[in-house]
Design a protein around this ligand. Structure first.
Ligand code: PGA
Length: 251
């Protein structure tokens, strides 16, 4: 199982900026990615094609999208379909990122539709889950993560190939705040996600990658990646500069 080191650029970067960052990243990382790692860049839609060009044919790199609408095509003004992303060279897509749940109002059920639809369309899906600070303080971490995983995976076919499914545990209070969950909290949450994946998929649940996200930076990525059941990281702020994401990807 390859560790997945993912850069989520959110709503940052024009095409020129994205091209420069991707080129810088390739310069720093190409040829140095260990065989057991995969580096994933997730730019905004408008920069997918320039980033695809920079990453094309470079071993160890993949391209991903931040979102899509779960339909093949149709009258959905402003939306983008999975086939359009595959056409641009995307291998992965996110679903259930906390900003989409809590800023854009996406429900657990809608996230579940996206995960199943994206997988069926041929994308590898990264399902993001994680609790808000008040839920953590109320001792509800497991309940929230269980609810989001159950809904997020409810329509996924039972014989899903484990390599195509990824879960990202991202405590909402750690995203973009500079706060990271401590190693014990990360181990506990990831252990719980693993238990749930095993309950659902049996032995195959061990092969589904579980990423940690939330204020990952070069200074803490080495420690985080060494925690049990952490199979990669999903990085926002610290992925925007080639130098800092390169340091994380190779940590
Ligand atoms: P952050 O974002 O690294 O800026 O905390 C992580 C994410 O939103 O995936």
């Amino acid at each position: 199982m390859k560790k997945l080191m993912a850069a989520n650029w959110k709503m940052y970067k024009t095409r020129d900026e994205a091209e420069q960052t991707a080129r810088g990243l390739v310069g720093l990382v190409a040829g140095r990615i260990p065989a057991d790692r995969e580096v994933l860049v997730i730019p905004p839609f408008t920069a997918l094609s320039v980033v695809a060009r920079e990453l094309a044919a470079i071993p160890g790199f993949s391209l991903g999208a931040q979102n899509f609408y779960p339909a093949a095509q149709g009258a959905f003004t402003g939306e983008i379909a999975p086939d359009m992303l595959l056409d641009l060279g995307c291998a992965y897509a996110l679903a259930g990122h906390s900003e989409r749940r809590h800023v854009l109002g996406e429900s657990d059920a809608f996230v579940g539709r996206k995960v199943a639809f994206g997988l069926a369309a041929g994308l590898r899906m990264i399902l993001c889950v994680g609790e808000k600070i008040e839920e953590r303080q109320a001792g509800l971490v497991r309940e929230v993560v269980k609810r989001q995983l159950d809904a997020g995976l409810s329509d996924v076919v039972p014989d899903v190939h484990p390599e195509t499914l990824v879960v990202a545990y991202e405590p909402v209070w750690a995203i973009g705040t500079g706060l990271t969950a401590g190693p014990a909290d990360v181990a506990e949450a990831h252990g719980f996600v693993r238990e749930m994946l095993r309950a659902r998929y049996g032995e195959k649940g061990n092969e589904v990658r579980i990423l940690y996200g939330g204020s990952v930076k070069p200074e803490n990525s080495g420690e985080i990646i060494g925690i049990d059941n952490v199979d990669g990281v999903l990085v926002g702020g610290a992925s925007l500069r080639a130098e800092s994401f390169a340091a994380i990807a190779l940590a």
